[in-house]
Design a protein around this ligand. Structure first.
Ligand SMILES: [Cu+2]
Length: 193
């Protein structure tokens, strides 16, 4: 479950096309809800200790260097736990800045995308499903960044065979998606009349 109202400020700093809202420090209940959302993305091996932050960079729970879990942003993707390289990737993606993958890097989305989230598999900046943008609501998955363009090419973008595939191929934000759980119901696409 996601709570978009709580995360409206976060969406603004993520660069999503949502109306700006006044920022105030999250209440204790909001913090608890964000932590619960963020930790739903963690594998059991990290859940007990991992750092939790919001998209404004506020640390909601301290943890060791390495992974940071983030709550689900409203309307896109889902909660995720990312390493340091992926943190830089999120910044670059949200600000539409260049990004060069320095090394293999990992992210967990063990809760999958939010039912009201997901992403276009081809357009890194699409914010809603369309008939043309191959919108995906993925189930539980792991995400891998690699500087190896040949590997991305070999894996390819086709995502209906159950195995790994590349999201946002041919962009600076290309990454490997590794499904590890059932794919949920997909969002419906608004059609023009
Ligand atoms: Cu993902």
């Amino acid at each position: 479950m996601i709570r978009p109202v709580l995360l409206a400020g976060a969406a603004v700093s993520l660069g999503l096309a949502l109306p700006a809202t006044a920022q105030s420090p999250p209440s204790a209940a909001d913090r608890a809800a964000m932590i619960e959302s963020a930790l739903s993305a963690a594998p059991a091996t990290l859940r007990g200790t991992v750092r939790v932050a919001d998209f404004d960079g506020n640390v909601l729970r301290e943890g060791p260097p390495g992974f940071t879990c983030l709550p689900a942003p409203p309307g896109i993707a889902g909660p995720m736990c990312v390493d340091e390289v992926w943190m830089g990737w999120i910044q670059a993606w949200s600000k539409r800045e260049p990004f060069t993958v320095p090394r293999v890097a990992f992210a967990y989305m063990m809760a999958g995308d939010s039912a009201t989230g997901g992403a276009s598999n081809i357009d890194p900046h699409a914010t809603t499903p369309s008939a043309a943008n191959d919108w995906m609501v993925e189930g539980p998955h792991i995400m891998i960044l690699t500087p190896d363009a040949a590997s991305l090419q070999a894996i390819g973008a086709a995502h209906h065979h159950g195995g790994p595939y590349v999201m946002w191929a041919g962009t600076p934000y290309a990454h490997i998606m590794v499904p590890v759980g059932p794919r949920p119901e997909q969002r419906s696409v608004a059609t023009a009349r």
